[in-house]
Design a protein. Sequence first.
Length: 403
Amino acid sequence: MLTLALRNVLRHRARTTMTLAAIAFGVAGLILSGGFVRDIFIQLGEALIHSQTGHLQVLRAGYIDAGSRAPEKYRLADAARLRGEIAALPEVAEVMARIAFSGLLNNGRSDWAIVGEGVEPEPEGRLGSHLRIIAGRQLSANDANGILLGQGVAQALQQKPGDRVTLLINTADGALNTGDFDVVGVFQSFSKDYDARAVRIPLAAAQELLATRDVNSLVVALKATADTAPVAQRLKEKFAGAPVDVRTWVELNDFYEKTVALYDRQFGVLQLITLAMVLLSVANSVNMSVFERVGEFGTMRALGDRNRKVFRLVLAESLVLGLLGATLGVIVGTLLAFAISAIGIPMPPPPNANLGYTAFIRVVPSLLAMSFAVGLAATTLAALLPAYKVSRTSLVEALRSNV
């Protein structure tokens, strides 16, 4: 049956070529658009991981819900032990401590409300590969009184590297404490809102100002982002019963989940449009081919073939078309994806973001399989109605078409 179907397909080469082109165009379009969307997900995730949250964070239970208003009430008292247990996992690259605070930053003329973090400069510098320093430099271990300002903070207070600012914060006991800091750099992250309020100072300086040796979170950098979910599960099992909360970078970035949901829905609509486009294109070609051959099918039935064999033959021909067209589409789409990725697509900053980026087309096996299946399914579905109609045509009418 398949051999006969292949011979029939190759009889009308011009029509077959047009049909294969329509199928291949639809499949290649799905691969390119899907690979582009997948690249957005990957690059957005890596930007969030390597500019703000790390792959995982271990926090005091309740910190996510209420810690932003009162971080002093949600500190990890036994951070050193927890850090050692986390660092022992083979998937973990580094573990770094952070302490959060809020207060006022003064430049001698005006104040600006900030949300700050005390960080360990060296490991944070290695994690923050997507944290762009637009003036000055990163914090270093020698900067006992250095401060790193977000771009929005630096613009609001008109500060630049080398200037001196005063930080005013409340300790856990409610007392006011101040410290003078030298601006060592200005950074730009993925989020414009974050940069408008964020500052970073060395962890030791923050602990001294807050009169505590505790920290609010342990930030975990993994060797591979793909290990995030399994490592998070192992840590949750390890710390079960302890007053700690393990959160992945996805859980810490609500914006990311909403963006993924939005683009997934848009891509789903694109899939339906492509399916309809391929189905209509192939249906037109199959209709023309089938109804031009009514006499041929009538002769087959007169020689003893049953209606269902005619139906199966038309479906087999469409299946062959679908297999050839979808395979061609996967090859063309993959080659175009590699070619476009070799050049890159310059992209402007997304909404509420500071940084533009270069987009690529990701070649993902599951996406290739899905695109192939859409092309094959559309071609097969397009043949159902014509195959049914021609198989139900009366023998007399079918043979009359030969006259």
